[in-house]
Design a protein around this ligand. Structure first.
Ligand code: PGA
Length: 252
């Protein structure tokens, strides 16, 4: 499976800054992009401009969230069709910041996953436990609940468009990374869950690791058999560190 490096820019970068970062990434990853899938996920407002900037490149565009309705009176929201029209191929769903800060519920994430498939977007479904859930031995229970509810009634024919990101909440933006062994165990568990649900079709689903991925820890994480790439926050905001991550993935 081709490794994937996805940058989640969160609520950073004005439109000119986003376009500049996208340009710097594009100029310096043309060789690696042949062997690594590169995805960048700017804020809604910068999607269209960044899309223009990367349209002649191998880089793909993703959004960080979407609403599950096709349209309607949902002030402040964006639909899947809007994201598609801005050039998006991917959409991050169920990110822990959405779950914990904005109180997104499992059922909502399930509806968004279905809506993304309906619109022809590839969801990057995020799952992961909090520190207290890990400390009380609930890691696998949480992953299983989040995965199974988010994928409830999802048709097997959509599975080839699905990506999963395992992001332990305690490792996001904290500088603490899961050890390669902890990440490996969670990814293996996710792989088993997907297999139980979708059998052989599940083998094509990439499982990314996210949580303080940086150039100095990426190599060991990406070496793990079930880690198919990384979803990167902080280190995706500077061209140098993101390019370095792409180049590391290209050598795995
Ligand atoms: P981080 O964020 O790399 O800054 O920990 C990852 C994410 O939230 O996707």
């Amino acid at each position: 499976m081709k490794k994937i490096i996805a940058g989640n820019w969160k609520m950073h970068k004005t439109i000119p800054e986003a376009v500049q970062l996208a340009g710097a990434i594009a100029e310096n990853t043309d060789v690696s992009a042949r062997v690594v899938d590169i995805i960048i996920c700017p804020a809604f407002i910068a999607l269209n401009s960044v899309s223009e900037k990367i349209k002649e490149t191998e880089i793909s565009l993703g959004a960080q969230n979407m609403h599950y309705q096709e349209n309607g009176a949902y002030t402040g929201e964006c639909s899947g069709a809007m994201l598609k029209s801005a050039g998006c191929k991917y959409v991050i769903l169920g990110h822990s910041e959405r779950r914990h800060i904005f109180k997104e519920q499992d059922w909502e994430i399930n509806t968004k996953v279905s809506a993304a498939f309906r619109e022809g977007l590839k969801p990057v479904l995020c799952v992961g436990e909090t520190e207290s859930e890990r400390d009380t031995g609930l890691t696998n229970n949480v992953i299983e609940r989040q995965l199974k509810t988010a994928l409830k009634d999802v048709d097997i024919s959509n599975i080839e468009s699905l990506l999963i990101a395992y992001e332990p909440v305690w490792a996001i933006g904290t500088g603490r990374t899961a050890t390669p062994e902890q990440a490996h165990d969670a990814h293996e568990f996710i792989r088993q869950l997907l297999y139980a649900m979708y059998k052989d079709a599940s083998q094509s689903v990439p499982i990314l690791y996210g949580g303080s991925v940086k150039p100095d820890n990426a190599h060991d994480l990406l070496l793990q058999p079930n880690i198919d790439g990384a979803l990167v926050g902080g280190a995706s905001l500077k061209a140098d560190s993101f390019i370095e991550l792409v180049n590391i993935a290209a050598t795995e």
